[in-house]
Design a protein around this ligand. Sequence first.
Ligand code: AMP
Length: 185
Amino acid sequence: MNIILVGPPGSGKGTQGELIAKNNQFNAIITGEILRKERNSGSELGNKIKEIIDAGNLVPDEMINEIVTKHLQDLNLPEGFGILFDGYPRTVEQAEYLDTITTIDKVFFFQLKDEESIRRIKYRGSYSGRADDKDESVIKVRLENYKKDTEPVFEYYKNQGKLIEIDASKKIKEIYNQILSEINE
Ligand code: AMP
């Protein structure tokens, strides 16, 4: 089974992704993490990515699609393991592309109010070391991009009957249990 976690910054998809991958048979592909690794490597691609991420913008679809394709090709998943995509797809174009390279079963869409999203990211910024978590104007750009580019992904998967809405204001354990019961259904 292949699943997707998508939601605004600070909605807890990273936390849930970690819990799910640790306790179940999933291999996580976390695009934010892959990009941060590349960014810190000092490569030419990394420097290009740095500017985009630090400004709170999305890297181009072709770039992220290529990165995800490479990761999928390199994966040598044991029998019974599925893939958990965290932070991908973030645009309808990415979702359409993903459908051409693999099959998605369920999409968990995290919903959270803007104020709560901002509050959580600012708090995370105090310890995460992420430049894009510290500056309120960058956080706002990320939220704006989320609304413009990522929210339309909701309809895309709703139309496919794969969408499961998650109230991201709930407790971590409660959300985890909801996702687990959907996975084990
Ligand atoms: P995240 O850790 O998921 O919040 O991602 C951090 C940053 O990485 C985002 O603000 C984007 O700049 C970039 N990023 C991560 N995933 C994607 C994606 N699927 N498409 C474009 N940019 C992405």
